[in-house]
Design a protein around this ligand. Structure first.
Ligand SMILES: CC(=O)N[C@H]1[C@@H](OP(=O)(O)OP(=O)(O)OC/C=C(\C)CC/C=C(/C)CC/C=C(/C)CC/C=C(\C)CC/C=C(/C)CC/C=C(/C)CC/C=C(/C)CC/C=C(\C)CC/C=C(\C)CC/C=C(\C)CCC=C(C)C)O[C@H](CO)[C@@H](O)[C@@H]1O
Ligand SMILES: O=c1ccn([C@@H]2O[C@H](COP(=O)(O)O)[C@@H](O)[C@H]2O)c(=O)[nH]1
Length: 353
């Protein structure tokens, strides 16, 4: 019990110390995000959030984590992703290299720890969908999807941090209450490590703003998919695979929707732009803080739908159909947002006062 408490509390402390130590260094080595093109923030911002969260986690897990969390494998694989992200923050690596390293990390999860998707639950109402040999490629796609989905949310202050907090809180809740209390330590530790980062990123510490960088957003994506697989695929699983979709609904829907929109426009699905949900929210006239609040609230609502579905044991097929309907609505809304808005404005102008 004491070491569990030390693990969680020390993650907060070590992450805070790492931020304070890395902040002056980042300026000296040039690990800063300079505004240009689609990067529209003010000033050179240190890209040390991800490195600090990882360093804090590494010390806490190395000292206090129980073996059940597989701290060595987690830190090795997460470390590889953080190094990849840090190099990408510096040098803008090629898509091929990024995907190759993400794939290798996925293979590490599958073969070193046997962490993979073997069952999708009773997804279509005809009995359990087991993946057999397809389990490995599907896991690798899910790992790459989760890493990049969270990476794409990191475009306004606080967003990647808050969306991951929503997922980690929900996962920790399921694990604590439904039979995986020891595994719940990892999401709880991640939550505590993220809090100091969020305080700096959201200007709660004046004059010391930081970003998490690709190192941080990819670390979060990997940690989320790691926990979703443990939470849904272990013998003592604490929630169903379909519920996982609701716990990461916003990053997942935003990534799939933007890739579809780019393909439909004849562009590469990997071409960066300012068309993500948070960018559209800014163009609608909300400021970054309002956009953060709106998108986080939506993520909370989707996570609550997942929790309610799990609590009431609503059949998987119903939860999947509902998710597909929400996703279709999301795509329709984003595709037609400007037409819908101008129609609303026209009606408001025409209607008598
Ligand atoms: C490029 C970009 O956008 N850039 C952003 C970014 O800029 P930044 O500078 O940071 O980054 P860069 O530009 O430098 O570069 C970014 C990175 C790259 C260029 C590299 C690659 C990028 C990618 C986009 C790779 C994506 C690759 C993939 C393999 C993803 C493909 C996706 C899919 C095929 C969808 C996968 C969906 C799944 C269903 C799998 C589930 C996935 C999970 C993660 C959940 C797993 C959990 C479980 C426990 C499993 C449960 C699973 C089930 C029960 C579901 C089973 C599903 C079915 C049977 C199918 C039926 C389901 C449906 C029909 C529902 C489907 C609906 C949905 C999935 C929604 O950031 C900047 C700042 O923001 C930005 O400006 C810039 O543009
Ligand atoms: O907390 C944050 C994180 C990011 N931003 C802005 O988004 C871009 C994202 O850069 P990528 O290289 O595409 O990841 C960053 O340059 C900032 O302009 C932010 O404002 N706050």
């Amino acid at each position: 019990m004491t070491s569990q408490l030390f693990l969680i509390v020390s993650a907060f402390g070590f992450c805070l110390l790492a931020i304070l130590a890395f902040y002056p260094l980042s300026q000296r080595v040039g690990l800063v995000d300079i505004p240009k093109g689609r990067k529209q923030h003010q000033g050179a911002i240190p890209l040390i959030g991800g490195l600090s969260v990882f360093s804090g986690l590494a010390v806490s897990l190395a000292f206090f984590a129980p073996d059940a969390l597989h701290p060595t494998y987690y830190l090795l694989l997460a470390g590889a992703i953080v190094i990849l992200g840090a190099f990408d923050d510096y040098l803008d690596l090629s898509v091929k290299l990024r995907l190759a390293i993400q794939l290798s990390v996925g293979l590490g999860m599958v073969y070193a720890l046997d962490l993979h998707l073997a069952s999708l639950g009773n997804l279509f109402g005809f009995g359990e969908v087991t993946l057999g040999v397809l389990g490995i490629p599907v896991t690798l796609i899910a790992v790459i999807a989760a890493i990049n989905a969270f990476n794409m949310t990191d475009g306004i202050d606080g967003l990647a941090g808050m969306l991951s907090l929503v997922s980690f809180v929900a996962i920790a809740g399921f694990m604590l209450l439904w039979g995986q209390p020891e595994q719940a330590l990892l999401p709880m530790t991640l939550i505590c490590a993220l809090l100091p980062y969020l305080a700096f990123n959201l200007h709660l510490v004046p004059g010391k703003k930081i970003f998490m960088g690709d190192a941080g957003s990819m670390l979060i994506g990997l940690s989320v998919i790691w926990l979703l697989i443990i939470g849904t695929q272990s013998e003592t699983s604490s929630f169903r695979p379909v519920t996982a979709l609701w716990l990461i609904a916003i990053p997942l829907m935003d990534m799939v929707a933007i890739m579809l929109r780019r393909i439909l426009k004849g562009q590469s699905p990997f071409q960066a732009d300012r068309e993500h949900l948070h960018h559209i929210s800014l163009r609608l006239g909300l400021d970054p803080r309002e956009s953060l609040t709106l998108i986080t609230a939506l993520a909370c609502i989707f996570a609550c739908i997942g929790v309610i579905g799990e609590y009431l044991m609503i059949p998987d097929v119903v939860m999947l159909l509902l998710f597909v309907m929400v996703f279709a609505g999301y795509i329709f809304l984003l595709q037609n947002i400007w037409r819908i808005l101008s129609q609303i404005r026209r009606r408001m102008l025409r209607s008598p006062k």
